[in-house]
Write a protein that binds this ligand. Structure first.
Ligand code: SF4
Length: 372
């Protein structure tokens, strides 16, 4: 079987993998052994799985892949707190994944995964939107990103504290793969990340938010709102023409009532676009009585004409929300110097790297050329 047709183990739940192992004529406990090698050690070479017999190793290697994605390029931010990975998919497409350290001792980190190659939502301020939409990722390709980033330079995934679905793509437009990957991330047999440490972000795909609500998963939902009224949101997040603010707010209210989970509202603050005092007042009004927390994210300048407001304007906006009774935090995005911050993932690497090459480049700091 050639590499492209092999089954990627990391995209299977353990019981599914055990069923596949049974089909090979081997005992199902082999599945748990291999699963441990992959998820506990980041091992992808069957020859190094010492508890498999000499005949089983080549036999499994013919049928299966671990599914850990290959790192084609790695960029480390100047403060060493963020690492952006360009990862190769089997079809030659490249996606980006970001590892963000939670503290200076670098012992805890969050991985931000992509769910699509490109994105169809076409938000005005987003670099990924410029790629257009190419395709959805499989569950294996989502998990393969986490394994690549977690086991980079380490043989343990200890330290992986959070997974956020905030990379390239709209997660809820790739619903089945996203849900399956969440189950694998959460499984004690696999990555064992608590549901409460998993965040799924959406630009507001209302029917899929309803569907997610019915899954009864205690994860965090993050809604990228970015504007308090339809006329402006239609321009910033064109999906708003389909699911307007009223329908979104109604759905979010239902979501919080049903799940008893607080929703995160993401609001990218853009100078002279959505940062007026009146916008803050309207936002307060909109979110009144909703169990939510607002993250204000000053726009990361990407050369597309949008930039962050001044510090004064940001704190003025924040204070209006605070005084109106809204929970709010101003988030500084890590990794801006490597274009790894919110809305900055964009890949031109395909043009620059020979996909068949095995050489990884390790670009320290900025200048990775991912921003046009
Ligand atoms: S901000 Fe998110 S939803 Fe909007 S275009 Fe970018 S990746 Fe897609």
């Amino acid at each position: 079987m050639n590499n492209e047709n092999k089954i990627d183990i990391c995209g299977l739940e353990l019981k599914e993998f055990a069923a596949q192992i049974k089909e090979t004529g081997e005992k199902t406990f082999r599945a748990a052994q291999i699963y441990k090698w992959i998820f506990n050690n980041g091992e992808s070479d069957f020859n190094r799985m010492s508890d498999l017999s000499a005949t089983q190793r080549p036999k499994f290697a013919k049928i299966f892949n671990a599914g850990i994605l290959e790192i084609k390029r790695k960029s480390v931010s100047g403060d060493k707190m963020a690492v952006k990975y360009a990862l190769a998919l089997k079809d030659g497409n490249i996606i980006e994944t970001v590892k963000i350290y939670d503290n200076q001792s670098l012992d805890k980190y969050t991985i931000c995964v992509s769910t699509q190659v490109g994105c169809p939502v076409n938000c005005a301020f987003c670099q990924t939107a410029r790629m257009g939409f190419i395709r959805n990722l499989s569950a294996a390709e989502i998990i393969g990103q986490i394994l690549a980033a977690a086991f980079d330079e380490k043989n343990s995934s200890e330290g992986l504290s959070n997974v956020v679905y905030m990379g390239m793509g709209e997660p809820l437009l790739n619903y089945e793969s996203v849900i399956k990957s969440i189950k694998i991330i959460n499984s004690p047999d696999a990555l064992n990340v608590s549901m409460r440490k998993i965040t799924v972000s959406t630009a507001g795909v209302v029917p899929m938010i309803e569907k997610l609500m019915a899954e009864n998963m205690p994860l965090t939902l993050a809604l990228s709102l970015h504007a308090p009224e339809d006329a402006l949101r239609d321009k910033l997040v064109p999906l708003n023409k389909k699911y307007n603010i009223k329908s979104l707010i109604d759905t979010i209210k239902k979501y919080t009532r049903t799940t008893k989970r607080r929703v995160t509202i993401e609001y990218v603050l853009i100078d002279k676009i959505n940062d007026k005092k009146s916008d803050a007042v309207k936002l307060n009004e909109l979110l009144k009585n909703i169990m939510c927390h607002v993250n204000l994210i000053p726009m990361n300048s990407t050369g597309n004409g949008f930039c962050a407001p001044s510090k004064n304007k940001i704190s003025e906006f924040k204070n209006i929300l605070v005084n109106g009774g809204t929970n709010v935090t101003v988030r500084s995005s890590r990794g801006q110097d490597i274009n790894a911050a919110c809305g900055m993932l964009y890949n031109e690497i395909n043009k620059n790297i020979n996909i068949s090459s095995n050489s990884n480049s390790n670009d320290n700091d900025s200048g990775d050329g991912n921003q046009s």
